[in-house]
Design a protein around this ligand. Structure first.
Ligand code: ATR
Length: 280
């Protein structure tokens, strides 16, 4: 019986879910750390989400990750929402507590900053002005991460101005909205540029931006991970800016989730990176 109880179940809920890299990621760590458990892809239709989330406890799951299209829907299905997840307005991890209640977390903000520090260990968001392109769910996580890390000035730029204005309400004194047509000049004096739009992703046109005004010391981060080297990152590397690809965020956001499910804080290794790269 004890042996059975020590088998830990978790998984990722999405619709569809086949595109999720989370089973590869968590599976790699389960094998690496010799943990008795499994991490499953769990396809759940939107109308079945309440049943599925409630079922976690009944099935003895330690928790689950939540991906498209459920990151918003799950907010109202958990018993408590972590303050970071509340500010982002989305949950990507549900943890079943010992008393059976459900906690909703969002580890994307953590994952974004950890991916920057993988490339530049001493990076801090108070290092200088930051330009964030995009205002979707990923942008919300990036902006919250940077604000919590001490960012003094975030220049937020989105094709649809209203969405940027809505996001800026998180902290209007530090998040300044600029127009999409101002994106080239917004790079003046910036220490970090982050692309959270879909532009540059496989099947999408490249992001249209001129890096001429960007200081050579700035970091350029693209949260797109397919392809790993987007046209934006290629242009950044060509002019000697440090380039950070989107795979790091994907790998690091899984760290706090794995720890919450299985009780071991896993390491993001080169082997893990290669294992996930092989699935792209
Ligand atoms: P996610 O939650 O993954 O961030 P999303 O909510 O669909 O995804 O957001 C996609 C982002 O890419 C948005 O900022 C979107 O801009 P809009 O808010 O104007 O839609 C941006 N985006 C998509 N297509 C774009 C394009 N052709 N040019 C510029 N930005 C684009």
């Amino acid at each position: 019986m004890a042996a059975l109880q020590s088998f830990t179940l978790a998984g990722v809920i999405g619709w569809p879910v086949a595109q999720s890299r989370s089973p590869v990621l968590h599976g790699h760590w389960l094998a690496q750390y010799g943990i008795k458990g499994a991490y499953l892809p769990l396809p759940v239709q939107p109308e079945r989400l309440p049943d599925a989330i409630r079922g976690l406890r009944a099935l003895g799951f330690a928790g689950c990750n939540v991906t498209i299209p459920h990151k918003l829907g799950v907010l109202k299905l958990v018993d408590r929402i972590d303050p970071v997840a509340a500010r982002i307005g989305a949950v990507n991890t549900v943890v079943v507590q010992n008393d059976g209640t459900l906690s909703g977390l969002n580890t994307d903000a953590y994952g974004f900053l950890a991916s920057l520090r993988d490339i530049q260990a001493d990076y801090r968001a108070d290092a200088g002005a930051i330009v964030v392109l995009g205002a979707g769910g990923a942008a919300r996580a990036v902006v919250v991460a940077l604000l919590d890390d001490g960012a003094a000035e975030i220049r937020l730029i989105n094709r649809t101005l209203e969405r940027a204005q809505e996001l800026a309400r998180i902290d209007p004194s530090r998040v300044k909205v600029m127009g999409w047509d101002q994106r080239d000049e917004a790079l003046e004096g910036a220490a970090l540029l982050v692309n959270t739009t879909s532009q540059g992703m496989v099947g999408y046109p490249p992001l249209e931006i001129s890096l001429d005004a960007l200081p050579k010391t700035a970091i350029v981060s693209d949260i797109v991970y397919n392809p790993l080297e987007t046209p934006l990152l290629a242009a950044a590397r060509k002019r000697d800016n440090i380039a950070v690809d989107g795979l790091g965020m994907l790998l690091h956001q899984a760290v706090p989730a794995f720890e919450a499910f299985y009780g071991v804080r896993p390491h993001v290794s080169h082997e893990l990176r290669r294992a996930v790269e092989a699935t792209l």
